[in-house]
Design a protein around this ligand. Sequence first.
Ligand code: B12
Length: 225
Amino acid sequence: MSEGLFEKLKENVLQGRMEKEDEGIEEGYEGQPGVKELTEEALEKGISTADILEAINEGMLSVGEKFEKGEYFIPDMLAASEAVGAAMEVLEPQMIKEKEQSKGKVIMATVEGDIHDIGKNLVTIMLKGAGYQVKDLGTSVSSDRIIEEVEKEKPQVVGFSALLDTTMAEMGKNIEALKEKGLRDDVKVIIGGAPTSDPFAEKIGADGYGKDAFAAVELVKKLLA
Ligand code: B12
């Protein structure tokens, strides 16, 4: 991708700007193309979705770093992830065309009682970018819904996200529910989110834990190899 467009995409993710009319986190951006228009421009120029996703991911990584340093706050994180969502809407039809042969199907869900979805959305974006077909069930998803979707969609992998100490136990409950329905052997279960860990994954009988979106992709690759 041209260096200029790559930098602009990254910068506008960092500014949390979906489209032209949006203000940025800093001043002086209004009227300039936002993430949506820049993604459209990149596709028109024949730039691959993989290269576009790389720019977006770099932007999101910088957002995470600024958040950790205390330079960014929750509304900034939300604006950035909404800007990424706008890019994904533009990219998805093209990604489906490029990857007609999907590498496998994944279902993602934030567990019941938990509405944190920024991390789950990043994992979803990265998995889609890596060529997997992903159905995102959203937040506060019940065991019943998960069972229903696993029966219907027959994914190879199901991923659970939890950010609260009080909701991480839902992951174990979901695994038990899969066992009860005789579905556990048909699907790999991966987990993630700040309070979870490798030992926790082992304890509840999940197939793996990923510390971030990059690790999630590696984990799915490994489990489906
Ligand atoms: C943003 C945020 C919110 C937003 C959520 C907005 C949204 N749409 O997600 C709002 C304001 C709504 C919110 C609400 C609450 N929050 Co909150 N929130 C946060 C905050 C600041 C950031 C979380 C985040 O987005 N991180 C960035 C993402 C990119 O990281 P991540 O989620 O960890 O995801 C990465 C990895 O974990 C991994 N990953 C994630 N999921 C998965 C899944 C799989 C399968 C894999 C492989 C990997 C993976 O990959 C991701 C990408 O790299 C954290 C504090 C913090 N510094 O983390 C508190 C925090 C999580 N919240 C907390 C609390 C207590 C709450 C509330 C209960 C507050 C309240 N009293 O109302 C409510 C809960 C509401 C509910 N029922 O869920 C506590 C949790 C404490 C605990 N350990 O239980 C924290 C830690 C803050 C604190 N220090 O007290 N919150």
